[in-house]
Design a protein around this ligand. Sequence first.
Ligand code: SF4
Length: 211
Amino acid sequence: MNKDKRLQILTRLRDDNPNPQTELNWSTPFELLIAVLLSAQATDVSVNKATDKLYPVANTPQSILDLGVEGLTEYIKTIGLFNSKAKNTIKTCQILLEKHNGEVPEDRAALEALPGVGRKTANVVLNTAFGWPTIAVDTHIYRVSNRTKFAMGKTVDDVEEKLLKVVPREFKLDVHHWLILHGRYTCVARKPRCGSCLIEDLCEFKDKTEV
Ligand code: SF4
């Protein structure tokens, strides 16, 4: 895909949604970190249902640590992989208290050193909580980038690298939300809704649908 088409796609996505937001509920970097950690292989809706009950009771490293693994599990047991997520969350809270004064570090290496936090989670936290121009590539972004030929790559890391190269600076802060939302609601996995897609004329997918 050429530069001009990419620019048109980004401009259209921005015009359509000038201030895109994550669909996870959060009000502090810590709440966002835990919500993203809980969201691995789970829907944002399921995470919000759990955190809407958890955060009024415990939304700091110390208060979640005080719940313990069992207490925390009661709040998150409706979310997939809740056992390992409960353990990782408790360990993460311990490390935040021991090494970072109970704050979420604005530092990629420190974030990725937390249990259950990989590159994608670190990218989301740096981008959404701290305003870094990072691009977290999840399954939606990977699919949309390859299908449209906007930024092709064999792995999520390849796609992230390509996106960082081809997306102009002014769009970097928001591009990951635009692409996620586009993949979640329009360019869906099984049967993309090309007929109602606002970038249909620019997308280079060969098997477009009429729906
Ligand atoms: S035209 Fe179809 S394949 Fe292309 S981005 Fe839109 S929904 Fe996805």
